[in-house]
Design a protein around this ligand. Structure first.
Ligand code: CFM
Ligand code: HCA
Length: 531
């Protein structure tokens, strides 16, 4: 792999090679080796063909996209608006036919040249009014795209004014696409906005005895429905999810729960930390991707509550679900065992999905994130050693204080640690990779092609931009963002779906036919038959 790495780097200009060298690691072999440092959350080299998206995509598309009872107005040109229009396959299930669901709509101020030249605030005000008149929502939020930041429209003052006028909750996000170096900046901005404008507004106590929030689950392909089913069977009340299958009402009420469980740590740990400071709610890392990881996560939740009846119920659910999982695992494992996978996805899935591949007996040969930070690779313990650069400083860090009325210490530090449970922690991706595998941050198109040539994986997982290049090289490709219209893949039933899908894909002959016969044998051959 070191040779492959050198070959890849040798094709770059010196400056680019120096930069990429920090972001392309071969995991060292041998026991007890330290986790190497990786370059992450830094600007992409222009022209390199990155997988990354923008800050606005992270804020509007990712964090706020899955919430159904808010009208999200994209302030900008229509192209940006279209991009937010359910392209992420985040599903939702309104409580009844007449509960609000604005997700199938696409709201945009459709900025034109005139608005860029003379300002777009007036148009934004009109758009808010129009959305209100037609739909009468409880909440409207506004998202700035690049040109808005460039011309200096003050969306926040427009929101304040319209909030006053209409008497509903209206707030804005300065999530211009160019802020930060990727989607990741948008996550942070979204977390800040929801925390400041929504969380804590409704103190009503809902749910049963064991009340949690699920942070960093976005209901792609119906994942949240399967997780909700499992939690429900365990008797665990889900107060709010940030933000799969969610409502603003749930966010407003989320500070009343007892525990935050964090799934996608990259996108939402900001919220967990702010809620702990302000409201006294602790958080643990969990993962519902993979059947074993799901079982382990349920046990972690039960451990927090230290209640025998809950523990018993969780064990019952696991015992009830696992036979079907094991049956599917046993049926599909022989078809997959020993095969190689490569995963290049956002900021947590390239790690989480390794669970499912290892349940199938497959090896992850190369993995990496588009926009993760060093802690996602190396583990949370490196947080304090990460240098804050100008791009990160650009993103506001809220100063959060204990709420004088609503703070409620759920458990003392002693109570938290007495069960051996680890709080506020997650391991990075590198620790879980096998020796002699690749870990690559912000992989480029060229590097993707080189890796495929060198490793010849049996399946490559990434996104829509990479999909067809990978397939054209004769390798099965699974989108781990949208699931290629499949899923759910979370929880127990999701694991079964995934085993079947991967077994099907990696055993299909169709990929060997990608090369046309004349590409393999360009010269025509024939036998001359004498009359
Ligand atoms: Fe978290 Fe996500 Fe991901 Fe992400 Fe994303 Fe996504 Fe992703 Mo696409 S929040 S980091 S910004 S798990 S949209 S649901 S699939 S890149 S790995
Ligand atoms: C985003 C959304 C995305 C894109 C997926 C892809 C998603 O980053 O803005 O490139 O295929 O999951 O929909 O990550």
């Amino acid at each position: 792999l070191d040779k492959v790495r050198s070959e890849i780097l040798s094709k770059y200009p010196t400056k680019v090679a120096r930069k990429r060298a920090k972001q392309i690691l071969v995991k060292p072999g041998g026991a007890g080796t330290d986790i190497p440092e990786i370059g992450a959350n830094v600007r992409t080299v222009p022209g390199i063909l990155t997988q990354r998206g923008c800050c606005y995509a992270g804020c509007k598309g990712v964090i706020l996209g899955p919430t159904r009872d808010v009208i999200n107005i994209v302030h900008g040109p229509i192209g940006c608006g279209f991009y937010a229009w359910l392209t992420r396959r985040n599903q939702t299930r309104p409580a009844s036919d007449d509960s609000p669901n604005y997700m199938p709509y696409c709201f945009s101020t459709d900025m034109q040249d005139e608005n860029i030249v003379f300002g777009g605030e007036k148009k934004l005000k009109q758009a808010i009014q129009e959305a209100y008149d037609i739909f009468h929502p409880q909440t409207i939020s506004v998202f700035s795209t690049c040109p808005v930041g460039l011309i200096g429209d003050d969306i926040h003052s427009v929101c304040r004014e319209m909030k006053e006028t209409l008497g509903i909750n209206i707030f804005g996000f300065s999530c211009e696409g160019y802020k930060g170096v990727s989607q990741s900046a948008g996550h942070h901005i979204a977390n800040n906005g929801i925390f400041q404008h929504v969380v804590g507004l409704d103190d009503t106590i809902r749910g049963g005895e064991f009340r949690i929030n699920l942070l960093g689950e976005y209901n792609i392909g119906g994942d949240a429905f399967e997780i909700e089913r499992i939690l429900d069977e365990c008797g665990i009340s889900l107060i709010s999810t940030f933000s799969g299958n969610s409502t603003m009402e749930q966010f407003a009420n989320s500070h009343t729960a007892d525990l935050n469980v964090v799934m996608c740590h990259r996108s939402i740990t900001y919220m967990a930390e702010m809620m702990e400071k302000k409201y006294g709610m602790p958080w643990i890392k969990i993962n519902f991707i993979g059947a074993r990881a799901t079982a382990q996560s349920l046990r972690k939740i039960a451990q927090y509550f230290e209640d025998d009846s809950l523990t018993a119920r969780v064990e019952e659910v696991i015992a009830r679900e696992m036979p079907a999982v094991n049956e599917a695992m046993e049926a599909n494992r022989p078809l997959c065992e020993g095969k190689l996978a490569m995963l290049f996805v956002g900021g947590s899935r390239a790690h989480h999905y390794q669970e499912l591949f290892s349940e199938l007996g497959m090896k992850t040969m190369a993995a990496g994130y588009e926009f993760a930070h060093r802690d996602d690779y190396e583990g949370r313990q490196v947080l304090s050693s990460i240098k804050v650069d100008a791009d990160s400083r650009n993103i506001e860090e809220l100063s959060v204080e204990q709420d004088p009325d609503k703070y409620r210490l759920r458990k003392t530090e002693e109570e938290l640690t007495s069960t051996g449970q680890i709080y506020r922690e997650y391991d990075g991706l590198i620790a879980d990779m096998k020796p002699n595998t690749f870990v690559i941050d912000d992989i480029s198109q060229y590097e993707t092609e080189k890796l495929i040539e060198a490793i010849k994986p049996d399946v490559f997982c990434a996104g829509i931009k990479e999909k067809y290049i990978i397939q054209k090289s004769g390798v099965p490709m699974k989108q781990l963002h949208s699931y290629d219209y499949g899923g759910p893949y979370a929880g127990f039933k999701g694991a079964i779906n995934f085993y079947r899908e991967i077994a099907r894909m990696t055993n299909s002959k169709v990929w060997s036919y990608v090369k046309a016969p004349w590409e393999k044998e360009p010269e025509l051959t024939a036998t001359y038959a004498a009359a």
